[in-house]
Design a binder for this molecule. Sequence first.
Ligand code: PLP
Length: 405
Amino acid sequence: MKDLRANRWGYDFKENPAPPPTLRQTQRALSQEGKSVLALAPGDPPAAGYPPPQWLMDAVNQAMKDGRHGYRDTRTAELPIGIAKFEKEFSGVHYDPGDIFPVPSSTSAMVLCYLALLDEGDEIISPEPIYQQYSFFANYYKTKMVKTNSFEDDRWQPDLDAIRKAVTDKTKFIIINNPNNPSGAVYDDKTLKGLIDIAGENEIMIFSDEIYTFLTFDIPQATSVAKLAKDVPVMLSNGMSKLFNITGWGLGYLAYHDPEDKMPELRSAIRMLRGYCGRVASPVAVAAAYGYQNWKRAMEEVQPEVEDIRRRRDWVVKRIAEIDGINLTTPEGSMFGLPDCVPAHGDVWKDDVDFLVQLMKEELIGFVPGSNYYSLGHFRVGFLSSDENLRIGFDKLEKFMKRHT
Ligand SMILES: Cc1ncc(COP(=O)(O)O)c(C=O)c1O
């Protein structure tokens, strides 16, 4: 069979970080033996027992009863108005509803941004660790993802000098995820201003994924980079998946912040291309408009979950401090942390995958490898895991480390 793949498949597609086959194969082999693996890095709130607000489910039912099934309903003008209200009241950023583009997920918002901005050979810069999807699509578009260091010992803040040096005349934007999956970093205002300065000096944009913006542990919320960017265009992605606990419904948006109207043509490109990123189910679109109008109610109702996550973060930080060979920079937001397993830097294990495969085989527990996010020798832990699962999992991890190091 001849190779029918689109030319767009990028040059280093094979090197994309993805769940490594060795881990998947190990899990499959164990399950064939009737053994199940305890997953300790989940990121799906409804699957972890956190349901959507009842009033939002009622709103979907009501939309169906009201016959909101048409093209017009999926594009309801109420939705960008509701999202603009949320962005104004929560993040303190004014968006014209015409600059808000609802799409089926915040991942599609990123695809929309890539579609509108990237050509083969372009470059984008992202501080590590990097959420997998950013590089997956960069490779697909034959765009070079330039990865820069972050300072693990300084709350995983990005190395701004490295970012400044990485800019070339091919760079289109800097992509950040704040709060960060998987490191739990929350970028402070100094960092955000530094990023804005670099973008401004070089006339490039910032793409900011703010899906975890409400999930911070030590401060009330993360600052949106758009709030500080007065003359630098920002593309922001967010969605309902985490705040409203509806990861399976599909509702995200791209918000375009360009206060000085530097790139008006981009707005029309996004408007046109949005149609190719899929359609939001009309009852979900109608209910989402209601959801964002009532975002404060959703925020109140999600607080017990945020409290659970914060409490487990505290517990994991303490527990890891008791285990030799593993260090964790205290996560400040999102639902994750990224411990460094020192012996998995080639000392005892070849790398983080090697370490996790052996851990899975011997103790039947599973974490996500840091190399999925270009953070070698690390692994992702998720605070949506129940208290009981974390207790069992970390006891097993401690036993394992004592046995091998
Ligand atoms: C950093 C980050 N961005 C985006 C998403 C996906 O959001 P959505 O469900 O809106 O596609 C996730 C989901 O886990 C995520 O961790």
